[in-house]
Structure formats: structure tokens, C-alpha cells
Design a protein around this ligand. Structure first.
Ligand code: GLN
Length: 245
């Protein structure tokens, strides 16, 4: 049975609002498609074997935790960037997403460097952007809704105008609450503010990663899963949003 390895980076430091559920979802779906899946935890100062992994997942964290992982991540940044260019599937949520940019300026004015892989930066404000969110994304070549929960003080601005957001905000705040963009989508990497967790109630996005992982091994998915419950959960978030605003 074909086996996939997903690296879970800093599981003890970066994990907010159910982020770990993304991995539970990927593992379960891979299994249902007939594959094995190993979740490999990579903690501070541990090596990551980029030759064997099929995907990287990093969750959200507070400013403090972001600071703790930054120096360790920096030692892995060059190879990480190369692998992103080679199409490695990567999901980075909130604090992890912010770390991919140039810097994060906290609301007290202090600057926390980012890996600088992408041309964007984040400005922290005291007033946080919190709530359920609905966006529209085009990961499968047509517009699809994506739902989640966001809670961030940072406002991210995609200064490099070549960068493509993950989606367009329909309800909620997204990158900065102003320009209607949410997250970042580059090759097989998605950076996003959506917690909740993201993948269990957005099965099309879970499959986006699974399709990318399998394609890299020359495999295709030969069945469709029954996602009735997942889409029901998805619809509930949309309904809640329609009622609340
Ligand atoms: N520290 C970041 C912010 O508040 C990230 C928070 C998060 O990961 N939810 O903007």
C-alpha cells in the first residue's frame, strides 16, 4: 500500500483553534482512498528529511510562539523554499502563514523577521479580527466556497502584486479586513488565516492537497468519497454567517 508522510512542524507550539484536525482529516481521507499516512512531528531543533516527506503542515500560534519557532525555521528556510518551488504541498495557517513573509510588526512596534520567502508583510493591531469567515477560492479551476474561523491581530498585505491570494472574502476579514483578499496560493502551497480546522469542513481543499500529493507519485484517485457530512458542516457555517450579519 502506497504511503504518504506529512511533516507536522512544531506540533507543541503551533496549534490553535483545532489546527491539528487538518492532519486527522488528511490521514483519514488518505486511508479511505486506500493509502497509508504517517504524520511525522518535527519539533524545535529536529531535522526534517525533505527527501522523504510528501507534505508540510504548520498551524497557527501566538506572537510569542511564532518568535520561538522563527530561528529554527530559518535554518530550514533555504531547502523549504526550494521544495515549495518544486511543488511540495504545504499548508500554513495564520501564525505559520505570517512567518513566510518578510516580517510581522507587533502592535507594540517590535519587528519579528519572517523567512522572506514571499513578498508580503504583516502589521499587528490591538483590535483582533475574529469570527467565522466565508471565502471564494478557485483551487479546482472554478469558484468554490471555503469556510473557516479566523482570530488574528495581524493584517497581511501582499505587497508583491504577482502573489495570488488563496481566495476572495465574501464574509469576514481575511488578510487585512480591507482589500478583500484572503491568504496566499502559490504552486501547491496555501497560506491562510482559516482555522476551525480548515480541512474537515472543506473536503475539496483536503482533496486539493491529496491530489497534489498523489500526482507527485504518479498516482490518481480512483474513487469519490461520500462527503455528505462534511458539506453539511460547511453549509452550517455559511448559514450562521448569513444570520449573524
Ligand atoms: N500572532 C498572530 C496574530 O495574532 C497569529 C495568530 C494566530 O495564529 N491565530 O496575528
Amino acid at each position: 500500500m502506497e504511503r504518504f508522510i506529512i511533516a507536522h512542524m512544531y506540533p507543541d507550539l503551533l496549534d490553535l483553534y483545532g489546527d491539528r484536525g487538518n492532519l486527522i482529516c488528511l490521514k483519514k481521507r488518505l486511508h479511505d482512498y486506500g493509502f497509508n499516512c504517517e504524520i511525522r512531528s518535527i519539533r524545535l531543533h529536529e531535522k526534517i528529511d525533505f527527501n522523504t516527506i510528501d507534505m508540510i503542515f504548520m498551524g497557527g500560534g501566538s506572537d510569542r510562539e511564532q518568535g520561538l519557532v522563527y530561528h529554527d525555521l530559518l535554518t530550514k528556510a533555504e531547502r523549504f523554499k526550494e521544495e515549495i518551488e518544486n511543488g511540495l504541498p504545504v499548508l500554513c495557517v495564520c501564525g505559520a502563514y505570517q512567518l513566510l513573509g518578510k516580517y510581522y510588526q507587533a502592535y507594540d512596534g517590535s519587528i519579528m523577521e519572517g523567512l522572506g520567502i514571499f513578498g508580503f508583510s504583516t502589521q499587528g493591531k490591538k483590535e483582533r479580527l475574529i469570527g467565522n469567515i466565508l471565502i471564494e477560492s478557485e483551487t479546482h479551476g472554478k469558484k468554490n466556497s471555503v469556510v473557516g474561523f479566523e482570530n488574528h491581530g495581524g493584517r497581511t498585505w501582499l505587497e508583491d502584486h504577482q502573489l495570488k491570494p488563496f481566495g476572495k472574502v465574501i464574509k469576514g476579514f481575511g488578510n487585512n479586513g480591507q482589500d478583500g483578499s484572503e491568504g496566499l496560493w502559490y504552486k501547491n502551497l496555501i497560506g491562510t488565516y482559516l482555522h476551525g480546522p480548515l480541512l474537515p469542513k472543506n473536503p475539496h481543499i483536503a482533496d486539493y492537497f491529496i491530489e497534489a500529493m498523489t500526482a507527485r507519485k504518479g498516482l490518481t484517485l480512483n474513487k469519490k468519497l461520500n462527503d455528505e457530512i462534511e458539506w453539511f458542516a460547511h453549509e452550517q457555517v455559511i448559514k450562521k454567517l448569513q444570520k449573524s450579519r
